[in-house]
Design a protein around this ligand. Structure first.
Ligand SMILES: C[S@@+](CC[C@H](N)C(=O)[O-])C[C@H]1O[C@@H](n2cnc3c(N)ncnc32)[C@H](O)[C@@H]1O
Length: 276
């Protein structure tokens, strides 16, 4: 059975999001001041952290990802890194003090306020740059069509691309386009770590309780009926096919959500890809 929230109409969902954001902006100065008093590292304002996921685990989730990237040997202190859908810089904050002088990081996101905060925070560190992705998305305000957008880096220039919780918000036409862009920007031998919710699409009767709504023609499912981009899951075979169609190949899948029958998704799958 699906929850009531899952069926809410789009204007109501948007209204609830706006109200929540207004509340979070109102309490944000208190949080900033409190962190300062306690001598804690400055973090982006709560609404920006919330835009990127659960605000309470903002640092813990980034640390977990950073540890996984180290364990999977995807990053060197002098790597050129692209952070696709970087939000308000959770990963950049992780790498700020641990990477070498030749480390280069480019993050991009459709959420202008997040990019503004990152630019301000990293203004004195030339290793880090942040670009506003001027492209149509329900997570931003641009109306520029996808076909006019390119990842903001040269072809073949990226050693490691991270897309943390990005493909979990992209619809199939966006996923295809972003995979093609990933292929374009990766250097020979470069790798990308894409996180995703993957389910078993080899069994037509497979049930995905956390993603009750589905595309009748594709193995793609989502959580909120009126807002697919809120959380999207892909059939694993289908996602692998999209990766291959983009001229990439899957090096490894580290399962977390897979096979996709958890009532609440606790983790995302890691899909590591490289140019085919
Ligand atoms: C769940 S958040 C994750 C943010 C960041 N990767 C992190 O882990 O903190 C998803 C991010 O993707 C961004 N996003 C959504 N659609 C996008 C698109 N088409 N291009 C770039 N960024 C996008 C959102 O604005 C949001 O910041």
């Amino acid at each position: 059975m699906t929850s009531l929230t899952a069926h809410l109409p789009s204007p109501l969902i948007e209204g609830m999001r706006s109200a929540r954001n207004a509340g979070l902006w109102a309490i944000s100065p208190v949080d900033t001041a409190w962190r300062k008093v306690r001598g804690l590292n400055p973090l982006p304002p709560i609404p920006l952290r919330r835009h990127a996921g659960r605000a309470s685990i903002f640092e813990a989730a980034a640390l977990q990802m950073s540890d996984a990237i180290t364990r999977l040997d995807l990053l060197k202190p002098d790597s050129v890194v692209l952070d696709a859908g970087c939000g308000c810089g959770a990963m950049a904050l992780q790498w700020e003090n641990s990477m070498g002088p030749n480390f280069r990081y480019i993050g991009f996101d459709v959420h202008e306020l997040s990019i503004e905060w990152c630019r301000k925070h990293f203004r004195n560190d030339a290793r880090f740059s942040f670009e506003f992705a001027d492209v149509e998305s329900s997570y931003g305000s641009s109306t520029v069509p996808l076909s006019e957008f390119n990842f903001p880096v040269e072809s073949g220039s990226i050693d490691f691309e991270l897309a943390k919780s990005l493909f979990t918000h992209l619809e199939p036409h966006e996923t295809k386009y972003y995979l093609a862009q990933t292929r374009r920007v990766l250097a020979p031998g470069g790798k990308a770590l894409l996180t995703a919710f993957l389910f078993d699409d080899t069994d037509p009767n497979f049930v995905t309780p956390a993603f009750p709504f589905g595309d009748p023609n594709l193995p793609v499912r989502w959580r909120l009926q009126a807002r697919p981009a809120a959380a999207i899951a892909y059939g694993r075979e289908y996602f692998t096919q999209l990766v291959e169609d983009a001229g990439l190949k899957v090096v490894q899948i580290e399962a977390s959500y897979w096979p996709g029958n958890d009532a609440v998704p606790l983790g995302q799958d890691y899909v590591i890809v490289t140019p085919a």
